[in-house]
Design a protein around this ligand. Structure first.
Ligand code: ZN
Ligand code: ZN
Ligand code: ZN
Length: 430
């Protein structure tokens, strides 16, 4: 029997339903896999990845009609048609004006799938899409308004191809997608698309998770990153674990409507290091620190919004200015400094300023290793970016060293036979 034999659904005290191990799992062992119930490739990656299987390769063939979807071969094109037909002619008709959000695109696919497929799918062995939590009663007016905008877009762009249920059931479905949808990322954590993985959504959250979810095409794979014993609950992380306890819980409350009670959240063990201040002659005034944290959280939010309309050089300046200001009080290892350093690195990569990206990346990697757990995709992807930058700049010794560090984590998190690992090994030989 398959690896699903080792896990079961159970009622987790205080958490509602959850997943539990029935046997021992060693570090790096696969607990289960879950094919996407449905998924959608992000528009930015069109032409780089197959719209159907998410395979990354050159020379994909275009959909002859819209010329906007790309496939490995005829099988992938045929396989994707039940989903692609929701968009193909609408994209032609609307042209530049076709702009539904990825959530709307994903939800349209769920509706189409529910229409044609009435039985339980292989993605729903432990939890069905119908059973998804919606937290609908907890939504504030702002969230409800966003959902109404999504429903309007769904009607606008998909009405020719979908027959909808009433507004109330659509509201409920969008609320379910908002707290149960996944994003698929590549090995450098670049966004590839959105998907529904019902069985993966069964797992509860912890800031010290014992499993990690990675993707092989459109299949989610769940591996142990800590030893798991029979009877242990299986926990994944829903959020980026870089930030201090208060920030993590704000995020969890805002997106998933709960506060975490994991070991990390009760001991707040790592918070002091995450909020590290500079070594000055006099210890900093606590009020100054609180004010700077407030400023930092504001800047993080402001930058997130500015990404949609500012130019790369304006954004880079925003990073530099905020780091200069925070740097009067915060150490370079402080997570708010790291957040802006990471953003600056991203802009350099986007502008193909490899030296600039490397300069920022070198500042990030050691503090990342301290703040994140040993098998973290954030750490692995940072080693990988650094390794690839070094190799590109012909600093081969440093490159190999960094790629080896990435591989050591990925062999546990992705499994030693993952195609990403073969690709990286090939890069090391060149
Ligand atoms: Zn394909
Ligand atoms: Zn098409
Ligand atoms: Zn926690």
């Amino acid at each position: 029997m398959g690896p699903s034999e080792g896990i079961e659904r159970f009622d987790s005290p205080g958490k509602g339903r959850g997943m539990r191990a029935l046997r021992h799992f060693a570090l790096g062992e696969l607990l289960f896999t879950c094919p996407a119930y449905t998924c959608v490739l992000t528009t930015n990656e069109r032409g780089n990845h197959c719209d159907h299987c998410f395979n990354r390769k050159e020379g994909l063939s275009k959909c002859g009609k819209c010329k906007l979807a790309f496939y490995c071969n005829v099988e992938c094109q045929k396989g994707d048609w039940p989903m692609h037909k929701l968009e193909c002619s609408a994209m032609c008709a609307y042209g530049e004006k076709w702009n539904p959000s990825e959530t709307v695109r994903l939800t349209a696919r769920i509706l189409a799938k529910q229409k044609t497929c009435k039985e339980r799918t292989p993605s729903e062995r432990f939890l069905t899409v119908k059973e998804f939590e919606s937290h609908f009663s907890k939504l504030d007016n702002e969230k409800k308004e966003l959902i109404q905008n999504d429903i309007a877009a769904l009607h606008h762009f998909y009405s020719k191809n979908l027959h909808y249920s009433d507004n109330a059931s659509l509201e409920f479905l969008f609320a379910q997608v908002n707290c149960n949808g996944f994003t698929i990322e590549d090995e450098e954590l670049s966004h590839l698309g959105s998907a529904i993985f019902p069985d993966v959504a069964l797992m509860n959250h912890s800031c010290c998770p014992n499993v990690i979810v990675t993707y092989r095409g459109t299949v989610a794979e769940v591996r142990a990153v800590q030893e798991i014993n029979p009877g242990d609950e299986v926990f994944t992380s829903y959020i980026d674990l870089l930030y201090p306890t208060a920030d993590r819980n704000d995020r969890l409350k805002d997106s998933y409507f709960f506060s975490c009670d994991c070991r990390e959240c009760s001991t707040k063990e790592k918070d002091a290091a995450k909020l590290e201040t500079r070594k000055l002659n006099d210890p900093p005034n606590p009020k100054d620190v609180r004010d700077m944290v407030k400023y930092a959280r504001g800047v993080v939010e402001e930058f997130r919004r500015a990404k949609h309309f500012k130019s790369p050089s304006e954004l880079l300046e925003m990073c530099e200015l905020s780091m200069e200001k925070m740097g009067t009080l915060f150490a370079e290892t402080n997570v708010y400094m790291l957040h802006m350093t990471y953003q600056a690195m991203g802009i350099c990569l986007y502008m193909q300023d490899w030296e600039g990206a490397l300069k920022y990346g070198e500042k990030i990697i050691q503090p990342y290793r301290k703040h994140y757990s040993p098998y973290s995709l954030n750490v692995a992807s940072m080693w990988l970016k650094l390794g690839r930058l070094y190799m590109g700049l012909e600093k081969t010794t440093s490159g190999i060293k960094a790629l080896k560090k990435a591989l050591a984590i990925m062999e546990i998190a992705h499994g030693p036979d993952h195609p990403y690992i073969a690709e990286i090994k090939k890069e090391m030989e060149q």
